[in-house]
Design a protein around this ligand. Structure first.
Ligand SMILES: CC(C)(COP(=O)(O)OP(=O)(O)OC[C@H]1O[C@@H](n2cnc3c(N)ncnc32)[C@H](O)[C@@H]1OP(=O)(O)O)[C@@H](O)C(=O)NCCC(=O)NCCS
Length: 146
């Protein structure tokens, strides 16, 4: 069974040295820690027993909620964990009474785009050559029903 819980510093300690290797995440431990300590951020983990199999986070700005990261452990993908994380992040976002939840995704990342489409996110913009000066970023938004 997978549980979705708020990320603690203890959780951070468990994953910080394996972000690249086990999650293929692009963040350094320092970035994750500073995000975790940001009073405008909220981070969650997916746990299978004691093992952290995914995590996700948002930053709450004055008028929107931005998804900063969502990732499933490499060997646990395609089992529904991304769905659980995104569902929870949207629910947390909705409670902030902001107007929408948004994110940037590499236009080549079809898997993530599929996931966001499934939850009703729509493309609202494009940032050319946003990643490594090469790949375009798609900006996707889901408006909350208010
Ligand atoms: C995107 C990511 C979080 C999905 O996590 P996951 O746990 O494998 O996702 P799930 O098993 O819950 O699948 C959720 C949806 O994602 C899409 N998806 C997942 N794997 C897919 C694949 N191999 N091909 C196509 N679509 C796929 C589908 O829409 C799927 O919906 P379905 O369950 O109805 O088929 C995961 O691939 C990941 O960690 N990628 C690297 C980090 C990343 O790119 N994050 C997004 C940054 S913007």
């Amino acid at each position: 069974m997978i549980e979705i819980l708020e990320m603690t510093l203890k959780d951070y300690e468990k994953i910080k040295d394996n972000l690249k290797e086990e999650f293929d995440d692009f963040w350094t431990p320092e970035i994750l820690l500073s995000e975790l300590n940001n009073k405008n951020s909220r981070y969650i983990v997916a746990k299978k027993g004691n093992e952290i199999v995914g995590f996700a986070g948002i930053i709450i700005t004055p008028d929107s909620v931005e998804i900063t990261n969502i990732v499933t452990k490499k060997r646990e993908r395609k089992k529904g964990i991304g769905n659980l994380l995104l569902d929870k992040i949207i629910k947390i976002g909705e409670k902030t009474k902001r107007n929408n939840i948004s994110l940037e995704v590499n236009e080549k990342n079809k898997i993530a785009i599929n996931l966001y489409n499934k939850f009703g996110f729509k493309q609202v913009g494009l940032r050319k050559k946003y990643y490594n000066g090469k790949d375009n970023a798609i900006i996707m938004t889901k408006y909350f029903d208010i």
